[in-house]
Design a protein around this ligand. Structure first.
Ligand code: BEZ
Ligand code: FE
Length: 291
């Protein structure tokens, strides 16, 4: 039944799935839901043709902005809270493991490999507050895991990541560390300051269309990994930061908020931040395959 009217259009499109080519069960599941939800949305807001054309033009402009340095669709998904939702569905917390959150667009591979306790500060700013970060990476039994790799990165006290700021040295405020035999990590960096996500072009248009601000609260990014454990992509948040409850990308989780305290003299920094993470063992089938 391919003759359409406003009442049957959704069923007609769904019934066409797989008629002229094989599709998997997952493809069918995704397409049925996509078609149902898109049609419901279009009917709900009574989308007009001019608005439809404006949306097509918008998506075309977003696509043209994508290159190896900017993935505009991830940014748009972040602004809509979609990436954080996908992450929560992909990495559900089932036991004692730490919560994950979005990777963000500012990760760089191959940061400097630094010894435990070393500083990743390469350039100083007048307004910086230095901080000693430390804690344990544990398994779900509470035992520290030795030899865990931590990739960490943050914005500078001017609110800009090193790779977007020609006045900062390469890989400033980025480092790769390893836990010691007790699962303990430590490094020196700065207190992260709030910053705006890219607010130009289509990301900015979406923020303005939604009546949102672009700001993120102060946070430190982590990728924590070791063979035999599920890699953890996460962030820790400054509990005193502005925008904590109004993150422009909705990535703040209660369990990821910590507090800076004045540092004891022997640490040699202004502040001290202690935070432990728990890694989940990799799924059994992967662990067996890796043996
Ligand atoms: C970030 O934390 O670096 C980030 C996350 C999502 C969108 C933009 C920036
Ligand atoms: Fe960030």
């Amino acid at each position: 039944m391919g003759i359409v009217n406003q009442d049957n259009i959704t069923d007609v499109v769904i019934e066409s799935l797989g008629k002229h080519g094989d599709i998997t069960d997952r493809q069918r599941e995704i397409m049925v839901s996509l078609i149902r939800n898109m049609h419901a949305f279009v009917k709900d807001v009574k989308l007009q043709h001019g608005e439809f054309l404006a949306a097509c033009d918008y998506l075309a402009r977003a696509g043209k902005l994508c290159n190896e340095n900017r993935q505009e669709f991830i940014l748009l998904a972040d602004i809509l809270g979609v990436e954080v939702l996908v992450d929560m569905l992909t990495n559900p917390v089932e036991g004692k493991e730490s919560e994950s959150t979005v990777l963000g667009p500012f990760y760089r591979e191959n940061p400097p490999v630094l010894p435990k306790g070393a500083s990743m500060i390469q350039k100083h700013f007048d307004n910086e507050e230095t901080a000693y970060y430390e804690g344990y990476i544990r398994d779900e039994n509470g035992d520290g895991i030795p030899g865990v790799t931590l990739n960490v990165w943050e914005d500078a006290p001017n609110g800009i990541y090193e790779n977007l700021d020609p006045d900062q040295p390469e890989y400033n405020l980025r480092g790769r560390y390893e836990t010691d035999e007790n699962g303990h990590y430590a490094f020196v960096a700065v207190r992260p300051v709030p910053y705006p996500i890219p607010e130009d072009e289509t990301a900015g248009e979406l923020l303005h269309f939604m009546g949102h601000h672009p700001n993120r609260p102060g946070h430190m990014h982590f990728i924590i990994s070791k063979e035999g454990f599920r890699p953890l992509i996460s962030q820790i948040y400054d509990g005193d930061s502005e925008w904590l409850e109004e993150d422009s990308v909705f990535a703040v989780k209660e369990s990821l908020i910590g507090n800076f305290k004045p540092a004891p003299e022997e640490l040699g920094t202004d502040l001290h931040f202690e935070f432990d993470f728990v890694l989940k063992a990799a799924a059994a089938e992967h662990a067996i395959a890796a043996e």
